[in-house]
Design a protein around this ligand. Structure first.
Ligand code: SAH
Length: 227
């Protein structure tokens, strides 16, 4: 008998799946209450199994609106933040090519891969990247390319990008990323020190960069070496 991976995932996680339908609905409602309006984003969050992006021991907490540890001192981003960044990314028109810096668990990558044509994602911790790649493969999200590297320099060979999303916080915006934006492209990036970060949306208009502040946030730092 042929085996279907999707069925395999659903089957293996059946117990969690059964109880999570309601908790997933509750999560989506929570995101609506907090101001997320884009139905495409809400639908993808409803249907993406966040519990496979965390350790089994944390799976029952996967649909809470919280960040959770994923090992190596890193965290899976809070669903509200994933929704907010994705909504901002899609806000001003169609997006084909997206660069993500900080693959982490791969959850944000999986959300993006269902909403845009191509995702390019860079991670500095090889073990995290390997796991993320495996999860997205199991979910049959094949429009993602992975790079193991320090993301400060972006991915120049694949540029220009319609959007760049950074899921760890540098002190200041890395200039290389601005250069890799297409015209009208958007960079969504948290910047600042450990306790005071702001989520910025920067839109390119020729050689001008127009900036908005979206939220006060707390991300892990964007670091430089690879592991
Ligand atoms: N979007 C991810 C967030 C993970 S936390 C998720 O939801 O799971 C941020 C990630 O950025 C971590 O995996 C960390 O290793 C990675 N990171 C930090 N500095 C980096 C850099 N310079 N280049 C690439 N990835 C980096």
């Amino acid at each position: 008998m042929a085996t279907d991976d999707r069925y395999g995932i659903a089957h293996r996680h059946a117990g969690i799946g059964m109880t999570s339908r309601r908790t997933r609905e509750r999560l989506v409602q929570r995101l609506r209450d907090e101001g997320i309006k884009d139905e495409r984003v809400l639908e993808v969050i409803r249907s993406t199994p966040r519990h496979i992006f965390v350790d089994e021991a944390l799976a029952t907490r996967a649909y809470e609106n919280n960040s959770l540890p994923i090992g190596h001192g890193q965290t899976i981003s809070q669903p509200y933040i994933v929704a907010r960044m994705t909504e901002a990314l899609l806000r001003d028109g169609p997006v084909e090519r997206v660069l993500e810096i900080g693959t982490g668990s791969g959850y944000q990558t999986a959300v993006l891969a269902q909403l845009v044509d191509h995702v390019f994602t860079v991670e500095r911790i090889e073990a995290l990247q390997r796991q993320a790649r495996k999860r997205l493969y199991e979910l049959r999200l094949n429009n993602v390319r992975y790079k193991f590297d320090d993301g400060h320099m972006g991915w120049v060979e694949k540029s220009p990008f319609d959007a760049i999303i950074v899921t760890a916080a540098p002190q200041d915006v890395p200039v290389a990323l601005l250069h890799q934006l297409a015209n009208r492209g958007r960079l969504i990036i948290p910047t600042g020190g450990n306790n005071q970060q702001v989520l910025r949306l920067i839109t390119r208009d020729g050689n001008e960069f127009i900036e908005e502040h979206l939220d006060a946030v707390r991300f892990v730092p964007l670091l430089s070496n690879t592991l």
